[in-house]
Design a binder for this molecule. Structure first.
Ligand code: SF4
Ligand code: SF4
Length: 117
């Protein structure tokens, strides 16, 4: 399945993410141990998701080890590995007018939580 990086999973799903202190320690798939990861709960903003001039992007996709992560390897029910993600396709097309407002509100809440504790 081809992920469009629409950010849906980065907010709604419980996701296993790599701890920051392990970013420079992971060289092979075997280095991605249980110690190196933590859980991002569902309906929580992933700390690696940022709002870059209105476009939501994952800030750790460029690491060479990212292809070992559950985020990268996650797949939904699609016809084959080259099929586009239907949810992402919708969000990148017709759904963007709903989704962007939703995400922008969540982004504001996320930052208010960080600022106000
Ligand atoms: S690590 Fe990146 S792809 Fe995974 S949930 Fe966080 S922002 Fe999304
Ligand atoms: S819904 Fe699909 S396109 Fe969007 S982040 Fe999840 S897998 Fe990727």
């Amino acid at each position: 399945m081809i992920c469009y990086r629409c950010s849906h999973c980065c907010y709604w799903f419980m996701v296993t993410i790599v701890k920051e202190e392990y970013f420079d320690k992971i060289k092979t798939e075997n280095d991605l141990t249980m110690d190196a990861v933590e859980i991002k709960e569902e309906r929580v903003w992933c700390k690696y998701l940022i709002n870059n001039l209105g476009k939501f992007v994952c800030t750790i996709h460029h690491y060479s080890w990212f292809k070992f992560t559950p985020c990268y390897q996650f797949t939904q029910m699609e016809e084959n590995k080259d099929s586009p993600c239907r949810i992402g396709e919708w969000y990148r097309g017709e759904g963007i007018k709903y989704y962007d407002d939703f995400l922008l509100n969540k982004w504001r809440e996320h930052n208010e939580t960080k600022i106000n504790g």
